[in-house]
Design a protein around this ligand. Sequence first.
Ligand SMILES: [Zn+2]
Length: 467
Amino acid sequence: MKKFLSVLLFILCVSASINGQAKYVFYFIGDGMGLNTVNATEVYHAELEGRIGVTPLTFTQFPIASYATTFSTSNGVTDSAAAGTALATGSKTNNGAIGVDASNTPVTSIAEKAKQQGMKVGITTTVSINHATPASFYAHRADRNMGYEIAFDLLDSNFDFFAGSGLTNPEILFDKTPADNIFNLIDRAGYTVVRGYDAFVANKDLKDKVILINKGEKSNNSIPYAIDRTNEDLTLAQITECAIRILDKDNNNGFFLMVEGGQIDGAAHANDAATTIHEIVDFDNAIKIAYQFYLQHPNETLIVVTADHDTGGIALGAGGYVLNLANLQYQKVSKSKLSSFIKKLRTNDGKPVTWEQVKEVLSANLGLWTKVPVTEEQEQKLYERYKKSFVEGDQTMEQTLYQSDEKLASEAIALLNSLARLGWASTSHSAAYVPVYAIGAGEELFKGKMDNTDIPLRILDAMGVEK
Ligand SMILES: [Zn+2]
């Protein structure tokens, strides 16, 4: 018995030294990334290779793959604020609340705990830095819409690196007196604001307290969708690379980095499947950067990948035993961009817009007719929408959470989705399980079904930090 115990002790010691404490923690959150959006991305890539099956993403090959529940205290279907708070702090809260529990008491995030331990901390996203998910890691407010107050909490956090499109609601932020302009405050708090990847790379003096924001299209709410980006726009992989450069520089205490794929949610709210898939690829590309870091520090690095909730309830198979996801490859722009092209047609030098002109836009950007066959009945439906919109002058738009789109764009994308044999349950969130993946130091802690509040507590365990 004694011999057995000493052998067991030896095995435990060896496994502890192989899988040490997590000194470098990457926490990837795909906003709205339900299990089936991940599955859709893998099936899509297999179809592009002419195969039935899946082509795995990087993160789905991690040794631990599990799943989590996401309900909030106020509803079975969570929003990003309550889910972000659960993932950041281990406390459930009401929909809309940021970094406070259900009785409105502030709760400490694992990023704040990491900072207290002397680790460096980075909080990054493809949407605005004061949006719900990133805010959950540094802010404590009853309402996610308190953008200005949340931006103050950002400065108080003293975290080392932030990245995203910019700050939401600048009109609210800039309504304050000039001295209170949030960028003046950022400056006074000792942060350097860098616009774009090239400026970041060119500046060799950057040390810490850096805020990296997008240089391309001037939208504070989000970096353009991956499918629409230009070279001026940040990718999530670039953001992750810049974060590692800041956090790992002259630092022996390790770091905690949260990376949010913030636009998967927006694309899924708009029921735009091709755009959603491109966002997940962008997210996976960022995880590849972290995985390279892990390969250099395998015993001290933990990568956890999860989602805050599912959005849209995507269904793979919309009747019959058929999938044609490869049809989505012909979509070249997001629904939002397609809508802007259709809106532009309306000017047409004051002349009436013809059905042929509309058809040309739809086939150039979605491959309809040229690459994807369209039946007469399907064309008739689009034609009716064109008539309503351009002949009868009905300009009402389709409203989803983050977008207001031309109904013609929406119907054309819905047709392409149905030809891919994809369905959507809604344009809101769902209570579907979200996936959880892990690799590295402490990975075994993420085995088995869990609740979203378990995830940050298990990360703290892996870090050896008190809960
Ligand atoms: Zn959402």
